[in-house]
Design a protein around this ligand. Structure first.
Ligand SMILES: O=C(CO)[C@@H](O)[C@H](O)COP(=O)(O)O
Length: 267
């Protein structure tokens, strides 16, 4: 039983119903003999704060590959939460970046979780290889998976966090029957394949719609957004309900990438 007093709670919007139910159970109630109305056993004040941690995932696609080790060390010392690794196969997207061997080497020095975004066809073929290379979060594209549920389960079975990415043209509602199984959804705010593109404004609407869907399913899925993130778009994305921002050129093209990461986290 809870004692009378003040309780401070942090919650994600999706948890709110659970919290209310849990408190009703914990506080309980009594029914007196001459009064059938339920009476509370304790008077408590609950201060609820909407706590949404802002996470930043710098994309090393925009880093200087001639000194990749130094770039990773900079990210280790920075406020970055994840290290975002963009894998492109030249088929699913019209560009080729880097693959499993590079991620394996990055993993040897990275002190932050590796957030690996697969822009490749038929990603099922490589799930265990990316696990072995050191991926912590593995994102596959909705548009690249015929049996998405099976792919998501395979990622989880390998012990990684499972994430699904939607291209700008793919509607959020298509995730309705799987969102509660996902650790994260990545919304592309540019067409995938290249860094440094212009942010697509419709993304704010998609973030808000996805936030509603996540709450409707009582899920705790994170919303990550990727492409054209800067201070202006980043602030609006957090306000719309995003949890994680991927930033490539804005971070690595700045004079002081660690300071830029710090500022993005404080938006
Ligand atoms: O996945 C991609 C591009 O396909 C992105 O991760 C970019 O690498 C980041 O974009 P900018 O922050 O440079 O716009």
């Amino acid at each position: 039983m809870l004692k009378a007093g003040t309780y401070r709670l942090f919650y994600f919007p999706a948890d709110f119903n659970y919290i209310c139910d849990a408190f009703e159970l914990l506080v309980g109630s009594s029914t007196s003999a001459n009064n059938h109305a339920k009476k509370p056993l304790a008077t408590i004040e609950i201060i609820i704060e909407n706590y949404m941690e802002k996470l930043i995932a710098p994309s090393i696609l925009a880093s200087d590959f001639t000194r990749l080790g130094k770039e990773i060390e900079m990210l280790n010392q920075s406020d970055a939460d994840y290290i975002h690794c963009d894998v492109m196969d030249g088929v699913f997207v019209p560009n080729i970046s880097f693959g499993i061997p590079v991620i394996g080497q990055v993993n040897q020095i990275a002190q932050k979780p590796l957030d690996v975004h697969l822009m490749i066809v038929d990603p099922d073929r490589y799930i265990s290889a990316f696990k072995k290379a050191g991926a912590d979060i593995l994102t596959v594209h909705y548009e690249a998976c015929t049996h998405l549920h099976r792919t998501v389960q395979a990622i989880k079975d390998e012990g990684m966090r499972a994430s699904v990415c939607l291209n700008p043209h793919t509607p959020v509602h298509l995730l309705e029957d799987i969102v509660h199984e996902l650790d994260m959804v990545l919304l592309m705010s540019v067409n995938p394949g290249f860094g440094g593109q212009k942010f697509i404004e419709h993304t704010y609407h998609k973030v808000a719609e996805l936030r509603q869907l996540i709450e409707k399913r009582n899920a705790d899925t994170l919303i990550e957004v990727d492409g054209g993130v800067n201070y202006e778009t980043g602030k609006k994305l957090f306000e719309a309900g995003a949890n994680v921002l991927v930033a490539g050129s804005f971070v690595f093209g700045s004079d002081n990438p660690a300071e830029t990461i710090h500022n993005l986290k404080k938006l």
